[in-house]
Design a protein around this ligand. Structure first.
Ligand code: NAD
Length: 260
């Protein structure tokens, strides 16, 4: 389905980003991986994806909080792969605290990584997409791009911002063969969620199993985490020619959470 296409996926060394990279590579796309982690493990992921699917896979170590590194990631992708057809803005972090105790450096980091990086990466690859009159920009927002939860001020503000940026990008590219959509997952079983469980268990004085049921999945009517494969399949659809008329949307994939 994506043979001959090139996709840049930010934050793809783990979780949802890696799930999307795997789904795209399996359909024949060349891939630019990005994100942090152990260098040997990243190289294993890169060479495994390339050999398993017979596609070119490169890695950019760009820090999504640094605009100059994001611009270089875009330029390197075009230099190494010849073009960028698909951009998935996925890198993200989380921090939870009441507003009056929220550390300013955490606020700034979340806004930079979860919101501003999508602007900088879009800016870096858009001229190439416009030149070829085809492009797909997929922003990984969150159910928290549509609704709020207490103690997640920076995250909710950033993700609502991502949904807004998605709409503006869609307006500016609507006649150019380029689409921009946001995916709004509820809770997905990834390291970002797994890492929060011990702290939440302590804060709520609950076992980890109770935290999963009574805190994380409380508002997710299916009572199940979404999977990275499900997010990958939706991203694949949005990247396909079949989704050419879908643009400016914010699509929940949240087990019914935002239907409440
Ligand atoms: P994850 O922690 O498994 O992966 C995050 C990725 O981002 C990793 O590859 C990490 O290295 C990378 N990253 C973090 N900071 C970076 C930086 N400064 N520069 C470059 N890369 C950086 O998390 P995940 O759950 O897969 O989350 C991916 C995206 O999905 C995030 O934007 C998150 O907000 C969103 N999301 C996740 C869930 C969920 O329940 N897991 C729900 C809704 C939205």
């Amino acid at each position: 389905m994506l043979k001959g296409k090139v996709a840049v996926i930010t934050g793809s060394t783990s979780g949802i980003g890696l799930g999307i990279a795997t789904a795209f590579a399996a359909q024949g796309a060349g891939i630019v991986l990005n994100g942090f982690g152990d260098a040997a493990e990243i190289e294993r992921t890169r060479s495994d994806l390339a050999s398993r699917h017979g596609v070119k896979v490169t890695y950019s170590p760009a820090d999504m909080s640094k605009p100059s590194e994001i611009a270089k990631m875009g330029a390197d992708a075009i230099k190494d792969h010849g073009k960028v057809d698909i951009l998935v803005n996925n890198a993200g972090i989380q921090f939870v605290a009441p507003i009056d105790e929220f550390p300013e450096d955490k606020w700034n980091a979340i806004i930079a990584i979860n919101l501003s990086s999508a602007f900088h990466a879009t800016k870096a690859v858009l001229p190439d997409m416009k030149k070829r009159k085809w492009g797909r920009i997929i922003n990984i927002a969150s159910a928290h791009g549509l609704i709020a939860s207490a103690y997640k001020s920076a995250y909710v503000a950033a993700k609502h911002g991502v949904v807004g940026l998605t709409k503006v990008t869609a307006m500016e590219t609507a006649e150019l063969g380029i689409t921009c959509n946001a995916i709004c997952p509820g809770y997905v079983w990834t390291p970002l969620v797994q890492k929060q469980i011990p702290d939440q268990a302590k804060a709520h004085n609950m076992s980890e199993e109770e935290v999963i049921k009574k805190v994380f999945l409380l508002n997710q009517p299916t009572k199940k985490f979404a999977t990275i494969e499900e997010i990958g399949a939706l991203a694949l659809y949005l990247a396909s020619d079949a989704a050419g008329s879908m643009t400016g949307t914010a699509l929940p994939i949240d087990g019914g959470w935002t239907a409440h």
